[in-house]
Design a binder for this molecule. Structure first.
Ligand code: F3S
Length: 59
């Protein structure tokens, strides 16, 4: 699965990291990135996508 965070849009709220820490991590720049797109169920990943307040996550 091609899961992606647009760092130009991410505001670093951390919701995705809280919901699915095996998939996302917070980077030194204060924004999140995908470190393991296979790290959670499709359902949970879909939930993180819809939970991002600025719609920065796409697949
Ligand atoms: Fe950024 Fe959205 Fe995650 S703002 S930290 S990609 S929930």
């Amino acid at each position: 699965m091609a899961l992606h965070i647009d760092k130009n849009i991410c505001i670093g709220c951390g919701t995705c990291v809280s919901l699915s820490p095996n998939v996302y991590k917070m980077d030194d720049d204060g924004k999140a990135s995908v470190h393991n797109p296979e790290g959670d169920t499709k359902e949970n990943i879909d939930m993180t996508i819809s939970s991002c307040p600025v719609t920065a996550i796409s697949k």
